[in-house]
Ligand binder design. Sequence first.
Ligand code: MV4
Length: 445
Amino acid sequence: MFSKILIANRGDVALRVLRACKELNIKTVAIHSTADNDAMHVRLADESVCIGPPESSKSYLNIHAIITAAQLVGADAIHPGVGFLSENADFAEIVEAHNIVFIGPKPEHIRCMGDKIEAKITAKKLGIPLVPGSSGDIKNIVHAKAEAKIIGYPVLIKAASGGGGRGMKVAQSQDDLEEAFFSAKSESKAAFGDDRVYMERYLKNPRHIEVQILADKFGNTVHLGERDCSIQRRHQKVIEEAPSPAINKKTREYIGNIATKAVSKMGYLGLGTIEFLYENNEFFFIEMNTRLQVEHPITEAITGIDIVREQIMIASGLPLSFKQSDISINGHAIECRINAEHPETFIPSPGKISQFHSPGGMGVRVDACIYSGYIVPPNYDSLIAKLIIHGENRSHCILRLKQALKEIIIAPISTTIDLHKKILETKVMEDGSYDIRWLEEEFLS
Ligand code: MV4
C-alpha cells in the first residue's frame, strides 16, 4: 500500500480522497493555488504545497508544478480527483514516467475513451449497444448527406474530442445539415483544436443512465449498478439518483453484465463509468468516463462500498475486497449538487460564507468544502457542497431529502438550495418520470 498520496485537486473531492487515505493509514499531501490558501483540503492534509497562482492553467492544471511537488514531498502516488487532469492521458503517462503511481486507469484507456470516435469503435467491438451512426469521422458535406440518409433524420453531429455537449449540432432535415456540419466543425476546432466530427441518430427524449464499474488486476470486474443523471442544465448535472426510477432489477443485471464483460475484455484497470442514453427500453452507449465521478456517493450509499478506497487499493496492486455476488442494492439515494450560484439566473455567487449549518439525521451525508468564514473564490467550479441522502426506498429518500433541504443554511451567498426545493415539489420528480429535456425545457422555461 502507498505511504503518501498527493491529491491533485481541490474542493469537496479533495476532501473525499483525503478521508479515504486516512482510513487506509496513508499520509496526504494537498496542492493548492494562492486562491486556496484557506481551503479546507489544505487545512486537513498532512502537508501542503502551494503550486501557483489562481488560474487553473498555472496551478491545478500545471503538470510540471504538480510533479515537482510530488517529488519534493516524496509522494508515491497521485490521485487526480475529478475534472482538472483526471482524464488527461499525457499527465497519467508523465506521472508514471517519474515512478509515481497514477491512481486511475492505464493511459491507453484514458486516451482511447477521450476520443469519442475511437471510444465508439471500441465499445462496438466489445459488444456494447451504440446509438446508430457513422462508423468514423465525417469527411465532408457529401459524406454527411450520405450518412444522414442511412441514419435517418433528425441527426446529431458531435465533436470527436467532445463530451459535455460542446461542438454538438442537430440537423432536423437535409436543409439544416450543411449549417450543422460546418458549425459543429468550427466549434470543435475552437474548443478542442480538433475539427473531426461524427454523426448519430438524434434521440428525442432519452434518459442519461450510467453504470459504475471497478476492475482489479486479478481479473475481478464488477458493476455497482446504475445512476440516473437525466436532471441536467447546460450539460451540468443538478440531481442524480440511484437506482434509476426507470429500470428494474432484470434490466440492471442486463446492462450491468454488458458493461462488466466489456471492461473485462478491454483489460481495463480501476474505476470507470459507462454512460448510456436510455429510450424506449433500449440502451445506447455514448461515452465512458475513466475517472471518479462527482456523483459516486449515491452508489456508495446503496451498495455500502467505499469506491475511493477500492480505487486506491486497485492502484496499489491489491484485489477488490468483494465480488459481484457480494453486491446488493440497498434502498435509494439522491444527490443534490449545491452550487454557489443564483438559483434562477445561475450567475456565480462567490464570496464569504458567514453562516453554514449542516443538516443531519439518518441517511444524511454532506460532502462539502465550506465552513463558516470561508470565502468561495471566483476562480473555479461553483460546486461547494453535495447533499447525499439515503432512504429505504425512493419516497422515503425524498422525504429525508426535503427535510435536509429545509435544515441546511448557507448564507449570505446565493446557492442552488432553493432550486432543489422547487424541483422536489414537482410531480415529475415525485414520480421519477423526467428525461434529459425536462429540467431545461419544462421546469426552467
Ligand atoms: C445525444 C443526445 C441525443 N441523441 N446523442 C450531451 C452531451 C454528451 N455527453 C451527449 N449528449 C447528448 N447526446 C444522441 N444521439 C442528447 C444529448 C444530451 C444530453 C445527454 C445526457 C444528459 C443531458 C443531455 C442534455 C442535452 C443533450
